[in-house]
Write a protein that binds this ligand. Structure first.
Ligand SMILES: Cc1cc2nc3c(=O)[nH]c(=O)nc-3n(C[C@H](O)[C@H](O)[C@H](O)COP(=O)(O)O)c2cc1C
Length: 385
């Protein structure tokens, strides 16, 4: 069940003009999206009035997907947009925009590049390079569980060494002209007390906000994300804490906001499968439709989502064509289709045909043929990876 539609203009008025005292804002309204903590960051250039963020995802959170999602954001919504993780060992030696990972679309604003980092000289050199992306903030990855990250003491490995992690945050804050956030997991072990202490340490070290994916390292992306930890960490801190994990539908996102009181929901795999999830969430919260879709309702059942998939694919292909070299565009289209297709009844067939396409024009043809008849999308799929 979606909560009753709420208007953010009302909240705005309440918080900025004093027309409605904070204690008069309904609990549902407040819980749907507590904005006060983001407001504390406004003077540092962080503006968030819509509580959904695309998660950083290697091979997915690039300019083409980001622009596809932007096309579905409620008109004028302000949110933050993460890049996939960028290696601090690699960035210093490359030119921004040379690889698809560092391409920025012409209209893209509010970018938050994510850095996989732990050494001062690489952090400083990476920050200098990242200025080329005109970011509004920088995120430090403390969640990546792959063995290479663990070997190099990056990603979630930092969660096993709080003093070193603290040093990484302090160093990054010192060198960064932008606010610095951290994306973290529960940690190496399922120990909420440790997690809360660790999160407090990050706040004290200067993190502007946290994004919490409440799974332990060995779970990778399997098993249940423990949303209750999001609520506990948020309660323990005074900076914004966003939640991540297991959001497949707009209702899931609204439930996470409601159940945890978090300051926003970060969506990964489902945002790649149904980029219009931000429209669905906005609609449920009483926000206007995306630009160019005035008068339309967000897709609300499996068939209308199937039809929207075809439109989103076209938006994605157009954006990939504008943003990347042909071979890079084809590769990213294949990966995007691979993830999204899991929710389509015959998605494997779509993915097989797209992946076999040698170029974008042929991919457009196979996509058009696939969607020439109605296609149904499931609300949920089994997310084992
Ligand atoms: C293909 C893929 C690549 C990912 N790459 C990153 C990454 O670069 N940085 C990061 O912090 N998390 C990464 N993640 C984890 C996601 O950001 C997110 O924490 C995880 O998928 C859980 O969220 P979800 O259930 O909404 O997908 C990746 C996930 C996937 C599926």
């Amino acid at each position: 069940m979606l909560p009753e539609a709420v208007s953010f203009d009302v909240v705005d008025d309440a918080l900025t003009t004093g027309d409605l005292r904070n204690d008069q804002v309904s609990p549902l309204l407040r819980q749907a999206f507590p904005r006060e903590r983001w407001a504390q960051l406004a003077h540092r250039g962080i503006h968030v009035d819509f509580p959904c963020f695309l998660a950083p995802m290697v091979g997915l959170s690039h300019a083409a997907l980001r622009q596809t999602i932007a096309a579905y954001l409620p008109a004028k919504a302000q949110t933050l947009v993460f890049t996939e993780m960028l290696s601090s060992r690699r960035l210093p030696t490359e030119r921004i925009g040379d690889r698809p990972e560092t391409v920025r679309g012409p209209q893209e604003t509010a970018l938050v590049p994510q850095l996989l980092a732990n050494e001062e000289r690489f952090i400083a050199a990476s920050i200098a390079k990242l200025a080329g992306l005109a970011p509004v903030a920088l995120d430090i990855n403390m969640g990546c569980p792959v063995s290479k990250a663990l070997r190099h003491n990056w990603g979630v490995a930092l969660m096993g060494d709080p003093r070193y992690a603290e040093e990484v945050v302090r160093t990054t804050v010192r060198h960064s002209p932008w606010p610095v956030s951290v994306k973290l997991r529960t940690g190496l072990n399922d120990d909420p007390a440790y997690l809360i202490d660790f999160a407090r340490m990050l706040e004290a070290a200067g993190a502007a906000w946290l994004s919490l994916h409440p799974r332990i390292a060995s779970q990778q992306r399997r098993g249940r994300a423990r949303w209750e930890y999001i609520a506990r960490v948020r309660d323990a801190l005074s900076i914004p804490v966003t939640g991540n994990g297991d959001v497949q539908t707009a209702n899931d996102a609204l439930a996470m906001l409601r159940e945890t009181g978090c300051d926003g929901v970060m969506i990964g795999r489902a945002a790649a499968a149904r980029p219009w999830i931000v429209w669905q969430i906005g609609e449920a919260l009483g926000l206007p439709p995306p630009l160019g879709r005035a008068g339309d309702a967000a897709p609300s059942d499996g068939w209308s989502e199937g039809a929207e998939f075809a439109r989103a694919l076209t938006v994605f292909i157009d954006a990939a064509e504008r943003s990347f070299r042909p071979a890079d565009a084809v590769k990213r289209l294949g990966f995007f289709t691979h993830w999204g297709a899991r929710w389509l009844d015959f998605g494997h067939e779509l993915w097989r045909r797209v992946a076999a396409s040698p170029d974008l024009p042929s991919a457009r043809c196979v996509a058009a043929a696939f969607f020439s008849g109605p296609q149904r999308m499931s609300e949920r799929t089994v997310l084992a990876s």
